[in-house]
Ligand binder design. Sequence first.
Ligand code: ADE
Ligand code: ZN
Length: 349
Amino acid sequence: MAHDRSVASPEYLRALPKAEFHCHLEGSVPATTAVSLARRNGVKLRTADPDVLYQFDTFEEFLDVYVAVSAAMTTPRDFAEVAYDCLTDAQRTGNLRYREMSFNPTNHPSLTYPQMLEGLLDGLRSAQADTGVECRLIVAINREQSPSVARDLVADVIAHRCDEVVAIGIDHNERAGAPAEFVEAYRAAAAAGLHRTAHAGERGDSQEVRDSIELLGVERIDHGYAVLSDPDLVTSARSEGIHFATCWSTGLLHHGGDPAAIEIGPMIAAGLSVSINSDDPPMFNTDIGTEFVLAGQSLSLTRDQAADLARAGLDSAFVDDTDRSRLHKVFAAEIERLDRELDGHDPTD
Ligand code: ADE
Ligand code: ZN
C-alpha cells in the first residue's frame, strides 16, 4: 500500500539517515554508565541513583551535572567505551551515519590530552568497524575557564594533530565568557587549519552570535536561536552560509517544555542553514532519532522536507570535497531506498 507522501511519519523520521554536528561526548553518558564509572573510578556524584541523576530544572543545574559526569571519566578506557556506546546506540536507534562530536578536555584534569585522544580514537574506530558510523572530533573550550586555559588547550591540539580532530568549539555558560575573550585561541586554531564553531545565542542575545562570527571567525553556530532578534544578522548569516546546529530537546528545557516557543521552525523559514542535533542525548532524555520525530511532528514536515533536513548539515560538515560528495551519495541512496520501501516497492528490484 502506498503511504501518504505529504506526511513524514515517526517511523520515516527515525529511519532517515542522520548527520549531526552538535553532540557532546560527556553529555552522551547514560545515567547508569555515569554511576558505574563514578564507582569504578572512586568519584562522587550528587546521587548514585541513575533515575535521579539527570533530573534538573534549570540550565545551570544541567551544567553542574555535566561537569560532575565529566569528572567521572578518568581513564582512556572510559573515553573509548563512552564513545563506542554512544555512536553505536545512535546508529541503531536513529540511523546515525556521521557525527562531529565535541568533548571538553579541560573538564578531565586527571588525563592528558593525548590520553583522552587515545581512548576516543579507539572507540571511534571500533564503532565504525562494527556499524559503519563515522565520527570526527571537535575540541571544546569551556568558556567558564580562563582564556589562558583555552590558549593552552589549542596549543595542545596543534601539538598533537590528528585527522579525526577537525575543529575547535566553545561551550558551557554563555553568561560566563564572552567571545571577545577567546579571540587568540580561535586565531591560533584558524592559523593551524582547524575549523571553528561556537555555542552562541542559546540563551544570550544576538550580539553573542554576531561576535562569534565576526571576532572568532566561526563557520557554524551551535544553537544560535537569538539570531532571529536581529534581521540584519539573519541576512548576513544567510548570505555567508553560516550553519546553525540546533537541538530540539535543549530548546524544550529553555522554553519550559513548550514546543511552540522553539525557534527552529522560524529559523528554517527565514532561509537559514539549520540541522537537527541531539546535544546531550541521555541528559535530555532524547536521541537523534527522537529529535527528528519531535521536530518533524511539531513542524508538520512533509517527507521531502524531512529528508532535506536530514541532509541539511552535509554542506557545512568539516570534511573535504571527496568526503562530502561521498556522504551526499550515501544519504541520497538511503533516502531513495526508504522512499521506495514506504511506497510499497521491493527495495531490491
Ligand atoms: N555543554 C553541553 N551542552 C551544552 C549546551 N547546550 N550549552 C552549553 N554548553 C553545553
Ligand atoms: Zn551543546
